[in-house]
Design a protein around this ligand. Structure first.
Ligand code: GDP
Length: 333
């Protein structure tokens, strides 16, 4: 039985990847940061119904000795490094923590793999945020990077240290440059889920307005369920490499909001309010990826459209709120 180790298993991608690997017959281990909120932290695994099928182990990306012991005990065949401080906006509030976890944490995992599980294949979760102030209209693996947040700077380090360990030590280490990917399991700090949750609340009469930052920003949004397949495919290749994973279509935040509100039959103009405090010190205005290499070499393609994904997210939020909140039918819209 093949063994996989996932850091960040309690996050959106970790949960979907664990589900994918379990379906393929893997023994799935996940590193979790010890917290007093164990119940809360595994809510995504619970939502997918796989909480009891994965093996969770306490660990931290900043504790090399602990990561080494984990590699020594489990001897994984594949290691997916998805753990990070992953919210761009927070990275200005916590730049050093972001550097320690999102940048140096990658070297800790690579070192633990190199020393204790040298035949394991390694996946690094890189990010389209590394393109930042874009140097080409459509970004591919050869587009120069220009990070625009402490998060993106940290991810850039993680990307290059992965490339460097591949070239220095011949490790099977691949980096997936994933464009934004969402799902009903996305945290509410990210814009899609903030919008779908608000649309559902507005529909049910639980909220009256939606404060937003820069709605002219454009993103290439795909579905996390599609994107975790690309991660796995990268590690099945004979040779490690770097791949852009994207849909190739870019949409404004404004249009994404419209898609969500169309789904519930309301006009966003009646609810959206621009809030200056939600703008960022430096913005990534537009991202649009070129997924041709992933298609040609991995046979990977995004399947779920933005419209389908936003509808799924709004419906999941409506269902969740109907279960958890006191809804007053007279206030529903
Ligand atoms: P990111 O691309 O990793 O930063 O993903 P986010 O989902 O956090 O943000 C996507 C884009 O939406 C960025 O350009 C944000 O500036 C923009 N945006 C506009 N209003 C909001 C908001 O209220 N919350 C968030 N998270 N992003 C917003």
């Amino acid at each position: 039985m093949r063994k996989a180790l996932i850091t960040g298993i309690t996050g959106q991608d970790g949960a979907y990847l664990a589900q994918l690997l379990l379906g393929k017959g893997y023994e799935v281990h996940g590193v979790v940061r010890r917290s007093s909120h164990a119940e809360v932290s595994s809510h995504r695994l619970r939502w997918l119904g796989i909480e009891n099928d994965v093996k969770l182990i306490d660990g931290n990306l900043n504790d090399l000795s602990c990561l080494m012991r984990i590699m020594q005990t489990i001897k994984p065949d594949e290691v997916y490094n998805l753990g990070a401080q992953s919210f761009v906006h927070s990275s200005w509030q916590q730049p050093l923590l972001t550097a320690q976890v999102t940048a140096v944490g990658v070297t800790n995992v690579l070192e633990a793999v190199r020393i204790e599980a040298p035949t394991a294949r390694f996946y690094q979760a890189s990010s389209s945020e590394m393109f930042g102030l874009i140097q080409e209209t459509i970004q591919s693996e050869t587009t120069p990077f220009y990070p625009r947040s402490p998060y993106a700077v940290a991810k850039l380090y993680g990307h290059w240290i992965t490339v460097n360990y591949r070239e220095s030590f011949g490790m099977h280490a691949s980096s997936g440059i994933l464009f934004n990917h969402e799902s009903p399991l996305r945290g509410k700090e990210f814009v899609t889920r903030k919008v779908t949750d608000a649309a559902a609340r507005i529909k049910l009469g639980l909220q009256d307005e939606l404060p937003m930052g820069n709605i002219d920003a454009k993103r290439d949004w795909g579905h996390a369920k599609d994107y975790v397949k690309a991660m796995w495919m990268m590690l099945q290749q004979d040779k490690p490499d770097d791949y852009v994973v994207a849909t190739g279509r870019t949409t404004t935040v404004r249009d994404m909001i419209r898609i969500a509100f169309d789904h519930i039959g309301l006009n966003p103009a009646d609810f959206v309010r621009i809030d200056a405090s939600l703008f960022r010190p430096a913005e990534v205005e537009v991202l649009q990826g070129n997924p041709e290499k992933a298609k040609a070499k991995l046979g990977w393609e995004a399947k779920i459209t933005l419209e389908e994904m936003i509808a799924e997210m709004v419906d999941a939020d409506l269902a969740r709120l109907r279960r958890s909140e006191d809804i007053d039918p007279s206030k529903m819209r």
